[in-house]
Design a protein around this ligand. Structure first.
Ligand SMILES: C[S@@+](CC[C@H](N)C(=O)[O-])C[C@H]1O[C@@H](n2cnc3c(N)ncnc32)[C@H](O)[C@@H]1O
Length: 209
């Protein structure tokens, strides 16, 4: 199959990439490798690194077709500061990034739209991995819709939650407070949340260990 045919298109990335980039520019360290978890199509990776050329970007996804898509998008731009995608499943005890040489150490992790579209164990694994991999002061950036105090913040989020749970009962919007508590148990303290378009949140943590 040719590279173009492997490119996946996630229309939401066209809508959310600019607001997310604005927050990333503000919160990411201006050095190091940014490890992206659950990169999906790879469109975010290409867009962010094109606009933040000072970083290395390391995309990952456990889904082979997604990794093929990331490679296909990369093929168009051939930027040498995007590293080949890794097969990272947050639920694994050790991630491939822990056993390879990369040009610069990981300074931050970015995870967009995974927490509500995977079982809670994936979020537990994400926090465990962040605790292992991030240096002191390293940043974990999350993006997606959340409940606060167990309440939906918008009718559209409630409908989205229902549709996710109908596809998989283990999926669904998480309570922001539960995610913050879990992060705290892994040495990650909340820096801030930022309200984003379409009732999403950016949630930014810093590693204190
Ligand atoms: C809705 S897509 C989001 C993709 C991309 N971040 C975006 O915003 O377009 C969710 C992604 O999470 C990945 N995913 C699901 N469970 C995961 C896990 N346990 N560890 C890492 N990635 C996971 C899926 O393979 C999928 O690519």
């Amino acid at each position: 199959m040719n590279m173009i045919a492997q490119k996946k298109h996630a229309p939401a990335t066209d809508r959310n990439r600019e607001p997310i980039l604005t927050v990333l520019r503000d919160c990411l360290p201006d050095y190091g490798t940014i490890l992206e978890i659950a990169s999906g199509s790879g469109q975010h990776a290409i867009y962010f690194v094109t606009h933040m050329p000072g970083h290395y970007w390391l995309p990952s996804d456990p889904d082979k077709k997604s990794r093929d898509s990331i490679s296909a998008w990369w093929w168009e731009v051939q930027l040498n500061n995007i590293l080949p995608p890794l097969n990272i499943n947050t639920r694994d005890d050790v991630w491939p990034v822990e056993n390879i040489e990369i040009p610069q150490p990981v300074s931050a992790m970015v995870c967009i739209n995974m927490i509500h579209i995977s079982p809670w164990e994936s979020t537990i694994g994400l926090m465990k991995g962040a605790a292992r991999i991030l240096p002191k002061g390293g940043i974990l950036y999350l993006y997606g819709p959340y409940k606060t105090d167990s309440m939906h913040t918008a009718p559209s989020n409630e409908l989205f939650d229902i549709s996710l749970r109908s596809k998989n009962p283990q999926w669904g919007l998480r309570n922001l407070e539960d995610v913050i508590k879990l992060a705290g148990e892994h040495g990650l303290s909340l820096v801030k949340t930022v309200h984003m378009p379409a009732n999403n949140l950016s949630v930014i943590f810093k590693s204190s260990t």
